[in-house]
Design a protein around this ligand. Sequence first.
Ligand SMILES: Nc1ncnc2c1ncn2[C@@H]1O[C@H](COP(=O)(O)OP(=O)(O)OP(=O)(O)O)[C@@H](O)[C@H]1O
Ligand SMILES: [Mg+2]
Length: 235
Amino acid sequence: MLNLANLAVDHGKLRALWDVSLTVRAGEKIGLLGANGAGKSTTLGAIMGLYPPQSGDIVFDGASIAARPPADNVARGIALVPEGRRLFAEMSVQENLEMGAYLRASRASLSQTLDYVFTLFPILREKARQNAGELSGGQQQMVAIGRALMSKPRLLLLDEPFLGVAPLVIYDVMDALRRVADTGVTILLVEQNIHRALDFVDRAYVIENGRSALDGTRESLLGDPEFGTKFLGLE
Ligand SMILES: Nc1ncnc2c1ncn2[C@@H]1O[C@H](COP(=O)(O)OP(=O)(O)OP(=O)(O)O)[C@@H](O)[C@H]1O
Ligand SMILES: [Mg+2]
């Protein structure tokens, strides 16, 4: 479904990605791991079309989408839940959700999709008219995920969706994401907490200093001494 081949991306004069390659098949849950500044958010942003690559390619559904504008990619079925949520704090929960359905195709089924999001996160139905800025961290994250789902994506990019979410609520959010995945939506998840990430995904890729370093299933990564030393603090 998605293939990144030797992707290089600059932020101004600074090279953030040097050589990132990964493959995501339809229906998979894939993790993207790495230290602070490794290039995880840049990778998701490049897929979404926010950062045009300097070299390499991004292929989605068999066609290159490298440097396609984000709105095109939303129309193709990709949605991003950005790092830090980026909600409109002064707008209501429902208005924030509706922002995710700005394409004509998704407006047609807006009330149905809204109902789906409210079923996934029942608390948001209760808080629909409240300003998003007044919600707890976990509830805001639900709005951010819900907003992404409003465009009915086939590929959902999640950038640290559990950050700032209370430990017990993390289970609710994770459970909701599992239910989304069960409907056939493919997931690419950026997560700092290695164990939490490996609990959720089928396979994961590790980025180090803008380069693909390791990849594999939960079992193969946890059994890999290099992974253990670098990421789990094992000697
Ligand atoms: N908008 C930007 N302008 C300039 N440099 C940037 C920008 N965004 C990221 N960078 C730089 O690019 C590199 C990769 O950053 P990126 O945000 O992709 O890393 P990350 O793996 O998501 O890190 P974190 O875990 O801290 O979120 C870093 O060196 C960062 O400082
Ligand atoms: Mg990041």
